[in-house]
Design a protein around this ligand. Structure first.
Ligand SMILES: O=c1ccn([C@@H]2O[C@H](COP(=O)(O)O)[C@@H](O)[C@H]2O)c(=O)[nH]1
Ligand SMILES: [Zn+2]
Ligand SMILES: [Zn+2]
Length: 254
């Protein structure tokens, strides 16, 4: 599978945009989270909105869902399509009632389903997104009391969607399931709602070597060379994830 980060920055990043991604497998393109900067980033890389086959939402924070209003309006009125939205079942109602309804409500469109083909997914039940692409949502701790999920694709690629340090989970996924991990990372301590670099550096080296850092702050340059065996994932670079390895995708063509 291939992944291209539309942004690799944290909630307030200005340089690297919000931490959203395009995941591609067997010709299927999934948008992982749709934050405030997602549509600007798609525009910059020349990716048309109607080339996205589905959107998957991890939790309700603006850097993960803040672009959904524009996406919904444009798909409805510009493209005349009702795109597929995968949403954890516990988030479907709050996504509409607490976030999208304010902007999207109009007389003839009063519910999430009026804009999206809503597919609810449940914890512990892997969902088949496409031929050769499954996702399992795993509830992970982020903001106390707030529902948030990390994502396990094809039982081999773990994408944390804003989570606090959980060394047992990450170690288990790497050592026992052979996963590679894209992990959100906060530079300043204490993390409180994210794993910090200091915490991630306490992981054993074999685990670190499978971790790629994302959701970082604009002063990332200061931390180059200070991330142990972990590497930064870069915005707008396409990576191929295969056999427990992450490599920048070789350019195609002559
Ligand atoms: O209890 C809290 C709640 C929020 N914050 C700050 O807000 C952002 C939320 O956006 P994320 O996408 O989850 O990053 C978080 O990074 C904190 O900066 C907080 O500190 N404590
Ligand atoms: Zn975030
Ligand atoms: Zn968050």
């Amino acid at each position: 599978m291939d992944i291209l980060m539309l942004g690799t920055g944290n909630a307030f990043a200005k340089k690297y945009y919000n931490n959203n991604a395009l995941l591609c497998q067997n010709g299927f393109t999934l948008l992982i989270d749709c934050g405030i900067t997602a549509l600007l980033s798609l525009h910059q890389i020349g990716q048309p909105l109607d080339s996205i086959d589905a959107v998957l939402i991890s939790h309700i924070h603006a850097d993960h869902i803040g672009g959904l209003e524009e996406y919904a309006f444009r798909m409805k009125f510009q493209y005349r399509k009702r795109p597929v939205l995968y949403v954890p079942d516990k988030l479907a109602e709050p996504l509409w009632e607490h976030s999208l309804r304010g902007g999207l409500w109009q007389e003839q469109s009063q519910k999430l389903e009026d804009y999206f083909e809503v597919r609810r997914i449940r914890e512990g039940v892997p969902a088949v997104l496409h031929d050769g692409l499954t996702v399992e949502i795993i509830r992970t701790e982020h903001i106390p009391g707030k529902i948030s999920y990390s994502l396990l694709f094809n039982n081999s690629f773990f994408y944390t969607a804003d989570m606090r340090f959980h060394p047992e989970l990450v170690t288990d996924l790497v050592r026992n399931r052979g996963c590679v991990v894209f992990h959100d990372c906060q530079f300043v301590t204490p993390g409180e709602v994210h794993a910090t670099l200091e915490e991630l550096l306490t992981l054993p080296e074999d685990v670190q070597s499978k971790i790629y850092l994302m959701h970082y702050a604009d002063d990332k340059d200061r931390y180059e060379g200070r991330t142990g065996r972990m590497k930064f994932i870069e915005q707008h670079v396409r990576y191929t994830i295969s056999d427990g390895k992450v490599e920048p995708t070789a350019p195609s063509g002559p």
